[in-house]
Design a protein around this ligand. Structure first.
Ligand code: GAF
Length: 382
């Protein structure tokens, strides 16, 4: 990412130079809506993210400029100082979460900019949180380890942004490693890197250009459905805390005690967790046909049981099938955003051309295409 825009703006606004930090957005191969259910996920960091220049300013105020929105916000660090602008909540929230955990954060100046497409489901918000959590931890020598930085980002979403998300996005942004997916057990935060370099295949995102916005979406309702189903199962099986601990047989036992909707959501969440385990095995064998089948099955579950798809995303999924794409599905929370596609090299060009032209004819707008490069996590750049 070109650092010059941020550097020039920082110099222009604050007349000095600061330190540069970067954190990436993420993809997720499989394991969607499993993180807050205590299941597993398989994300990787991408080569797009948020870049921030930061310097303590010797006051008790944060002065922040968003280069992309061309917007400025100034705020104190006490709970009642929450700024009005929603984009500034992420920075304020990270500061507050660090202060609550005993860090000595003081006023600073910052300019930031990103190249993660907004609303595409690539976790621009986690990238923003991770950039500031990582940077402030270093600058103020707060001494948090990387897992704590992940939790600081997640709690920022819960307490300051209104999204009861899991830990996948922040984890991928902080722990990303070039060329590797991360198999993360969200109930324990144990993880392993899985090298991902599928010879003869490409991974590509097609952005349906329908904005995915978790803050306004029924994302939190999906989580509540799963928690109700898990609580019903726990009545018979006290060892079950979340759906990640449950089986389909356990769910059947309580089918009559929960709503049909909760039953559908829970069925998807339990199935998705087993699909993830199966996919990790297939990846280790280099069996991309099985990986692809599981990816399609995830799309079906997200569309028909979890109901987080859109007409545009279902359409892109159908086009992928017709073009012989190995695996294709909605990626991230859903309600808009991208599909992720595992495509054989030989089919790639035809798939991209067909997807663009058919989508344009049907919806009158052009989808965007982002080839995926799995990259490193949060870091200092200078
Ligand atoms: C969003 C959330 F932020 C993640 O925690 C995760 O639940 C994802 O949706 C769905 O898998 O990105």
């Amino acid at each position: 990412m070109d650092t010059r825009i941020v550097r020039n703006l920082f110099k222009e606004k604050f007349g000095t130079e600061g330190m540069l930090y970067f954190s990436p957005g993420r993809i997720n191969l499989i394991g969607e809506h499993t993180d807050y259910n205590g299941g597993c996920v398989l994300p990787g960091a991408i080569d797009k993210g948020i870049l921030a220049e930061i310097k303590p300013n010797g006051t008790d105020k944060v002065r922040a400029y968003s280069a992309d929105l061309q917007a400025y916000a100034e705020f104190g660090l006490n709970e009642e100082d929450k700024p009005e602008a929603s984009w500034a909540h992420y920075i304020f929230g990270v500061c507050r979460e660090m202060l609550k955990r005993g860090a000595q954060i003081k006023g600073f100046d910052t300019v930031f900019s990103g190249d993660v497409p907004l609303g595409a489901g690539l976790s621009s918000s986690a990238a923003l949180e991770s950039t500031f959590a990582f940077a402030l931890n270093e600058i103020y020598k707060a001494g948090f380890d990387k897992k704590e930085l992940v939790l600081i980002g997640q709690k920022t979403e819960h307490h300051y942004c209104g999204v009861n998300c899991g830990i996948m996005d922040q984890f991928a942004s902080v722990f990303g490693k070039a060329g590797n997916l991360i198999r993360l057990d969200c109930s324990t935060m144990e993880y392993e890197y899985i090298p991902f370099d599928p010879q003869g295949y490409k991974l590509v995102l097609i952005d349906s250009v329908t904005k995915h916005e978790l803050v306004d979406s029924p994302y939190n309702k999906r989580r509540q459905s799963c928690e109700r189903a898990a609580a019903a199962i726990a009545g018979n099986h006290p060892e079950v805390k979340l759906l990640g601990d449950a089986t389909l047989e356990m769910l059947e036992e309580v089918k009559d005690k929960i709503s049909e909707e909760d039953y559908m959501r829970a069925t998807y969440a339990i199935q998705e967790n087993s699909r993830l385990a199966d996919t990790c095995e297939a990846l280790k064998r280099g069996d991309y046909e099985t990986v692809g089948k599981n990816i399609y099955a995830t799309h079906h579950g997200m569309s028909k049981l979890y109901e987080v798809s859109t007409e545009e995303l279902d359409f892109l999924n159908d086009v992928a099938k017709e073009c012989g794409v190995t695996g294709s599905r909605i990626m991230g929370g859903g309600f808009g955003g991208c599909t992720i596609n595992l495509v054989k090299d030989a089919y790639y060009d035809r798939f991209i051309e067909t997807a663009i032209s058919r989508f344009k004819t049907k919806f009158g707008k052009e989808p965007k295409v982002y080839p995926v490069t799995i990259s490193d996590g949060a870091r200092k750049l200078n």
